[in-house]
Every structure is written in C-alpha cells, then in structure tokens.
Design a protein around this ligand. Structure first.
Ligand SMILES: [Fe+2]
Ligand SMILES: [Fe+2]
Length: 190
C-alpha cells in the first residue's frame, strides 16, 4: 500500500535502537506537530469541507502525543527540545505557493510523513519485541492509525485535483527517495 521508491536506510534502525529515550522525545514532538498540522490544513479553501475529518485527525494525533508523554513520564525521561528533521524540512521546502498548489503539496507532504511513520513504526514493533516488549506493543498499536492518515491525506489531495495530485506525488516520491538517503546521525524517527 505504501508507494515509497527508496528503502529506509539500513543504519536507521540500529541508530534509533541505540538511543530510545531520545527517539521517544522526538516521537512526542512528531505527534504534537502532526496534531497542529492537521489543524493548519484547515486554512485551505479546498479543505473547508473536510474540517470535521481534519479535526478528528488532530484529536487522534493529540491522543498519540499524550500517550508518548505518559510513556516518557513512566520511564523518567524528561520532555526536551526537538531536533529539526532535514527530511521533513526538505519535503516542506518544496511546497509551492498559491492556494490550490499549496494545499495539494502540503497534503502530499503530510501523507508521506504519515506513511514513513507507519513504515518505521512497523519496524520498531517487530524489532523491539524482545528488547522492549512494552514499546514494541505501543508502536504496533499506532501503525494502523498512521497508515489511515497517510491514505486520508493522499485521497484529500486527489479529491482536489486528481491529475495534479498524482503529478506532485510522483515529484515528492523522488524527493523523498533523495532526502532519505542523506545521512542523519541524530536519533530521530525522520
Ligand atoms: Fe500519530
Ligand atoms: Fe498520524
């Protein structure tokens, strides 16, 4: 179902497993940003009819954020500052100006971020099974929701203009493949 053209680099999983506390803080911020992004999408005229759906996503992401915060608290990990993700800013910087182009590009970026989260949560769910079963179950429990967000955002972009959304998806899949190959030594999800 995921359309990615490049695999998650082989060094991503060992890097993340080596510093799970930092990854959990990064994950908390990722969910926080996912909640605010869903609300930000409501500024586009083409999405005024989808406000209730976007609110539902924002609520779900806020619940994910709280779940990660609860996990941090149980583990005695302080909530800290986020690192900027070069992969996310690389995608976001390619968003075009103008109401409709911006709405389509923004939705596709969000879709790819959700899709990569879904993919990476699946890796964590399986690779943490023996090391950290609680965390493995937690990541497993988020996979379906992030997969749904991936599909919802993509369908929202296609509902605005199907041909244009597919053309931009093609562009963004190439950009994602290029950006994900760039080394990032920080223990981050993206
Ligand atoms: Fe989420
Ligand atoms: Fe999500």
């Amino acid at each position: 179902m995921l359309l990615f053209r490049e695999k998650v680099p082989a060094d991503w999983l060992p890097k993340v497993l080596a510093d799970l506390p930092a990854v959990l803080v990064d994950h908390a911020h990722l969910e926080r940003k996912a909640a605010t992004t869903a609300l930000n999408l409501e500024k586009y005229r083409d999405l005024y009819g989808r406000v209730a759906e976007l609110n539902a996503i924002a609520i779900e992401e806020l619940q994910h954020f709280q779940l990660v915060l609860d996990l941090l608290e149980r583990r005695g990990i302080p909530f800290g500052q986020p690192h900027p993700s070069p992969w996310i800013s690389g995608l976001m910087n390619a968003i075009r100006k103008g109401q409709r182009p911006q709405a389509i590009d923004h939705l596709i970026c969000c879709s790819l971020i959700e899709g990569r989260s879904c993919e990476k949560f699946q890796f964590l769910a399986s690779d943490l099974k023996t090391v950290d079963p609680e965390l493995a179950r937690f990541y497993g429990s988020l996979v379906e929701s992030e997969g749904n967000h991936y599909a919802t955002y993509l369908l929202m972009a296609r509902a605005i203009d199907e041909a244009e959304a597919n053309r931009r998806l093609d562009f963004y899949l190439d950009l994602d493949a290029k950006l994900i190959r760039q080394p990032n030594p920080l223990p981050m999800l993206h």
